[in-house]
Design a protein around this ligand. Sequence first.
Ligand SMILES: [Zn+2]
Length: 67
Amino acid sequence: MSDEPTVPVVCPTCDTETTVPLAEVEDAVESHNDRLHDGEAVAEVDPALAEQLADVIAEDMGLLDEE
Ligand SMILES: [Zn+2]
């Protein structure tokens, strides 16, 4: 069994929610936006969860740039 943490990535434009491993979330968001939204930052980590994770990963991964 794996305890690898996962995080939900939501895209309001596509109306999708995808769960990806924490280690891959930055790439997943970036490639989604790159492929589907011309590089615009449309998809993002679920804001509610991003808030919870902020203390842990925000500084490392820069996921909360828009705050
Ligand atoms: Zn999208």
